[in-house]
Ligand binder design. Structure first.
Ligand SMILES: *Cc1c(COP(=O)(O)O)cnc(C)c1O
Length: 375
């Protein structure tokens, strides 16, 4: 049986977790958390990175930091995970869904401007499969209309757009370290903050609305409740697990890319015959092999292929039920313009097994079975 995902594990995780335990420092913001934050800051160039309990909660913090409120509108793709939307719904905002591009499955930057009204406050690009959205265009639109940009870079750790790290281009960026992502701590994420002057409030929100982080730095002599917030910091044991992987990020990335490239090469003939479509990586983007997906003719063919692969011991999965057609999506938002590619992509896309440590012969077996299906 070839699993769809196996959480990354490189071998140093246990030692690091034991180190945290022996240091009697297992709550948040100890040495391991700080090292993870620093790793992200060095890698991306943001003013501050803060580990969080999930990408979902990093998005929650971003939504608070943008100060979006009741009646404000947020522009996002419908083809995304629920967390992208939930964080803004929790602040009372209305969701305005925009269609995606058929090549990258990312929000179509050319459709954003038409969806802007006087209530629009935030644009949330989602970097699907770790391939960057057209960020120069999106940042230009945001600047001209006075909007903030929150990047859902859950899948984009180690990816770049024009040489800049995904998550570091908008006002805020959110990473995921869930076990299904390239680097993991079980459950976890990070908030990336571009501007120095936003850091203090982010630290307050993350520490239950208190100025505890200033207190720990010795800037104030006692700490108190100063703003809204919650407990968004992960435990040191989770951070220890993550640090082991971040230290080997290049090795993990190279391993994933080798699998991705092998899939691509082996399936290219099927794409040339017009039987399937393969992912498109724009020239401006360096990706992280988060996902290998194909697009087939229609939903019937997708179901038949997934069943055929399952009969052959291969787990292939699909997503996302378009948010605008889900019960909550209908309640909290609406689709702007025509749905040309969102539902169509949901019906045609199939993700093949992809994880650190997937063996070359397994990739070959999967690719062979896909080819056999089309014989
Ligand atoms: C995984 C994912 C999330 C949520 O990440 P968690 O760390 O599980 O909260 C959000 N958005 C996208 C696009 C994701 O892929």
């Amino acid at each position: 049986m070839i699993s769809f995902n196996v959480p990354p594990y490189i071998g140093k995780e246990q030692d690091y977790i034991m180190e945290a335990i022996r240091a009697h420092k297992i709550c948040g913001d100890g040495a391991f958390t700080k090292k993870c934050n620093k790793w992200i800051e060095d890698k991306t160039g943001v003013s501050k990175a803060l580990l969080t309990t999930a990408c979902s909660t990093a998005l929650d913090m971003s939504a608070m930091l943008t100060e979006v409120g009741s009646g404000d509108e947020v522009i996002l793709p419908s083809f995304t995970f629920v967390s992208t939307a939930n964080s803004f719904v929790l602040r009372g905002a209305k969701l305005v869904f925009v269609d995606i591009r058929p090549d990258t499955q990312n929000i179509d930057e050319k459709l954003i401007e038409d969806a802007i009204t006087d209530r629009t406050k935030v644009i949330v690009p989602v970097h699907y499969a770790g391939v960057g959205c057209e960020m120069d265009t999106i940042m230009d639109i945001a600047k001209r209309h006075g909007l903030l940009v929150v990047e859902d870079a859950a899948q984009g750790v180690m990816s770049t757009y024009k040489g800049r790290a995904l998550g570091s281009i908008g006002d805020y960026g959110c990473y995921s370290f869930h076990e299904t992502k390239n680097y993991s701590m079980g459950e976890g994420g990070a908030l990336l903050i571009k501007d120095e002057d936003k850091v203090d409030r982010a630290e307050v929100i993350r520490e239950k609305g208190t100025d505890r982080s200033k207190f720990l730095k010795g800037v104030v002599d006692k700490y108190t409740w100063v703003d809204m917030g919650s407990s968004f910091l992960p435990s040191e044991m989770n951070a220890a697990y993550l640090l082991a992987q971040l230290e080997e990020a290049d090795m993990i990335n190279d391993n994933r890319k080798a699998s991705w490239n092998a899939y691509y090469e082996m399936l290219a003939p099927l794409a040339e015959e017009g039987r399937i479509e393969l992912p498109v990586i724009p020239e401006e983007c360096e990706h992280n092999a988060h996902m290998f997906y194909i697009k087939v003719k229609d939903i019937e063919e997708r179901s038949a292929l997934a069943s055929f692969l399952k009969e052959n011991g291969i787990l292939a999965v699909f997503h996302y039920v378009p948010l605008h057609s889900s019960p909550a999506g209908k309640k909290f938002g609406s689709f702007h313009g025509e749905d040309r590619y969102t539902t169509n992509t949901f019906e045609r896309l199939l993700r093949l097994p992809m994880y650190y440590g997937l063996k070359p012969e397994e990739v070959e077996y999967v690719a062979d079975k896909v080819k056999e299906f089309y014989k």
